[in-house]
Design a binder for this molecule. Sequence first.
Ligand code: CDP
Length: 206
Amino acid sequence: MIIAVDGPAAAGKGTIARALAQHFSYHHLDTGTLYRRVGLELLKSDGDIHDSKIAAAIARNLHSYAYLDYELRTEAVGAAASIVASIPEVRSALLDYQRSFAEQEPGAVLDGRDIGTVVCPDADVKLFITASPEVRAKRRLAELQANGADVTFEAVLQDIRQRDDRDQNRAVAPLRPAADAVIIDTSELAADGAIAAAIKAASLAG
Ligand code: CDP
């Protein structure tokens, strides 16, 4: 059983994917972390973030880089992740790992941008989690402030809009709902309501 959870930044897909995995006792992979690890490694190495050769080499050796969660969750790393994520060689280097993760028994939940469209087009359940940019910026601001970051709502909103634009308009695996995805808009939903809606949709679709 494979559940694909896609959507834009800070729409709540991570929370929903973790809750689905717990509910069904499935494995969970946050695929954004893979791109964040490539982005952070590039930032640390002082290499050119747009250098596809270096980025792909890092993606192919990703197991040799270990980072702490808080290092990966900054906005700078999120922005770097979305730049390296538009490099085709980086995406293809990460494909096999994601697909074999998805094949695990008794099932797996993968969240990202292209799980239902590219990584697992035959997933049993496909959810697309979305919310307005303003609601997403508010949530991301709270998350960043809880981690001690000194950021403004306007800066976070601008970053979210930039990332949406980059993710939706890139040539490879652009962010868009699969034709057979169930769309859940969490703009008006608190976390427990969004989780309940996702469990219901997954139970019906699976
Ligand atoms: O948590 P948030 O939604 O802000 O970001 P994330 O899921 O950690 O993803 C960071 C960046 O990685 C995104 O902006 C995408 O550009 C990229 N990504 C991707 O291209 N494909 C995926 N399956 C997951 C993430």
